[in-house]
Write a protein that binds this ligand. Structure first.
Ligand code: SF4
Length: 327
């Protein structure tokens, strides 16, 4: 008596594109389905037991938000508004890129560790602390709830994320803008390894985002060295007070490194900075947050913000070079 559940999958150059779940009436035969385009291969899965993610994907975004609110106390969305984070909002203004960040609770603030390689200095100076202190309590609470949802009900978290990716794609198209996602705005999760079961197989979150938004870029900063990511997911390594060697290795391997300097807002950053005995060119990473188009082999200089101002751990580097970037 159960319906046959059919998952439509397009095989497109070695990539499987998941279009959603379709619950068919009992009597419908596959021959009555719309004929596939010549290059498409339609694969049918007949499962009596769908994965939790598959089941969530059958529901609307509004239904999923209701479940998340009732069961997990999640009051907002997974991605923040592209204009709510002042740094990310610069991407829209200067690069015409609509950028959606995810703000999770950093380090162990939620009871779950989202930053495996966090140092004492970066935890103290985390960007999480930047912004208007008047909103900090509310922001903390929302980030903790969102993080708990990710760890306690990942299929629901990822299903809402996918629905938001679909909505973001439509919005960017309507505005005539490029689209980007920054899933670790205040965390350091390896999204390229974070999995859900969909279509009877394991799929990582970054691949799911790419399937639904193939033109979009994904980018993040990370303290995890040697991460291997697909070309649509750009990483900038992030310097702490204790990882100079790893940072210089990342630079030598072609990955840029972000360095927070004690340069004041509106002042010029040093033109070069020496890491592990080698001087690297510094570019101004505060002009925009959009990292995928940065030149390679450079240090992305950032000015200290939030609790990073006044850092004494060594996480924030002194801009005491003699050569400075032109204003
Ligand atoms: S600076 Fe990065 S790694 Fe450190 S606590 Fe914040 S989000 Fe985590």
């Amino acid at each position: 008596m159960h319906c046959i559940n059919v998952l439509w999958v397009r095989w497109n150059y070695k990539r499987i594109r998941f279009f959603g779940l379709v619950a068919l009436p009992k009597a419908t035969s596959t021959n009555e389905q719309t004929k596939p385009k010549p290059k498409d291969v339609i694969i049918m899965f007949n499962y009596e037991k769908l994965s939790p993610f598959d089941v969530y994907m059958l529901q609307s975004k509004a239904q999923l938000m209701r479940i998340a609110r009732l069961d997990h106390n999640l009051k907002g969305t997974i991605f923040a508004d592209p204009l709510s984070n002042p740094k990310v909002a610069k991407n829209a203004k200067y690069d015409n890129v609509l950028t959606y960040p995810i703000h999770l609770a950093p380090s162990t603030l939620s009871g779950f560790n989202t930053c495996a390689m966090a140092s004492e200095g970066c935890k103290e100076a985390c960007l999480h602390t930047a912004g208007n202190p008047a909103y900090m309590k509310g922001k903390n609470s929302a980030r903790i709830t969102r993080t708990k949802l990710y760890f306690e009900n990942r299929p629901l978290f990822v299903a809402i994320l996918v629905k938001e990716v679909i909505a973001a794609t439509a919005k960017a198209a309507k505005l005539g803008m490029a689209l980007a996602f920054r899933p670790n705005a205040t965390s350091d999760i390896k999204w390229e390894k974070s999995k859900v079961i969909a279509l009877g197989m394991q799929i990582v979150v970054t691949e799911l985002i790419h399937m639904y938004a193939p033109e979009a870029t994904i980018y993040d900063y990370t303290k995890e060295p040697n991460r291997k990511t697909p070309n649509f997911y750009t990483l900038t390594f992030s310097l702490s007070e204790n990882n100079d060697l790893a940072a210089s290795n990342e630079l030598l391997n072609g990955r840029n490194v972000a360095v927070v300097f004690d340069t004041k807002r509106g002042k010029t950053l040093p033109a070069t900075h020496t890491l592990n005995g080698k001087a690297f060119k510094v570019i101004d990473g505060d002009l925009s947050d959009y990292r995928p188009e940065d030149v390679q082999g450079v240090i992305v200089g950032l000015r200290a913000k939030g609790d990073a101002i006044g850092d004494t751990s060594g996480f924030v580097r002194k801009a005491n070079q003699s050569v400075f970037l032109a204003a």
